[in-house]
Design a protein around this ligand. Sequence first.
Ligand code: F6R
Length: 241
Amino acid sequence: MKKIICNNREEIGKAAAEIVLAQMKRKPDSILGFATGSSPIPLYNSLIELCKKSELDFSRVTSFNLDEYYPIKRENDQSYYYFMWDNLFSHVNIKRENVNILNGEAADPAGECRAYDEKIEKMGGIDLQILGIGHNGHIGFNEPAEFLSADTHMVTLTESTIKANSIYFKTEDEMPKSALTLGLGGIMKAKKIIVVINGSSKAQAVRRLFDRRVGTDCPGSILNLHNDVTVILDNEAAELI
Ligand code: F6R
C-alpha cells in the first residue's frame, strides 16, 4: 500500500482529488465508488471546486455508493442518499440516472444487494473506490467478525460503530442498527482504491492497517492484498506508524 502523509484534512482532500482527476482524465466514463462519513468531505469539496472551474466533468461518470443504513428513508438527513446529494452530487454535473445508492427502504434487502452486485459487474466493475476506515477497522460497513462477506449484504452494526455514528442522530434510538454494504469482494474488485483517514482517533486502526497482517479483526487489513491502494492520511492518523 502506498501512503501519502499530509498536514491537514484540506491537503488530504486535494491529494485525493488529484487521483480522482487523473482517473477521470484517463477514462471520462469512469465508474467511481463513493464513501460517506466525515473523512471524504474535504475530497468532495475539492472535486466540487474542480468541477466549478471546468477541470472535472462528471457528465459521463457512473457512481456506486459503498453503503446505506437499513432501514432508513432517503429524505432522512442522516441517510447516505441525503449525504451524497448534499455534499457532492447536487454541486457537480453528474446525471441523476448514473447515481447508484443501495436502497435503505428496500422491501427485499437481499434482492437489493444481489441486484447491486449484478449491476456493478455488468458495468465492468468499479474503476476507483474511495474509502474511509472506522475506528475498529471497518471498511464500508464490513465490521470485525469471525467471517467476512464477499458480496453486498446486510449487516448488524457493532456497538463501536453505533456509538461513533449515533452522534449524528437526535437520539441513539433513532439510529438504524443495520446497514447494507458492499462486501470485501466487491471492494477488492475495484481496480484502484484510495483511503482517506484523519485524526488521532484513527491512529490505532492505521497501525493495524499497516502491520501487514490480514485478519477478520480488522476488515481494512484485507487491502494489503490489493495491488493498487493509496492511503492518504494526516500526521495525527499516522502517529503510530
Ligand atoms: C461510509 C463508510 C464507513 C466510513 C467510516 C469512517 O460510507 O463506509 O466505513 O468510511 O466509518 O467514517 P468517518 O469518515 O466519519 O470517520
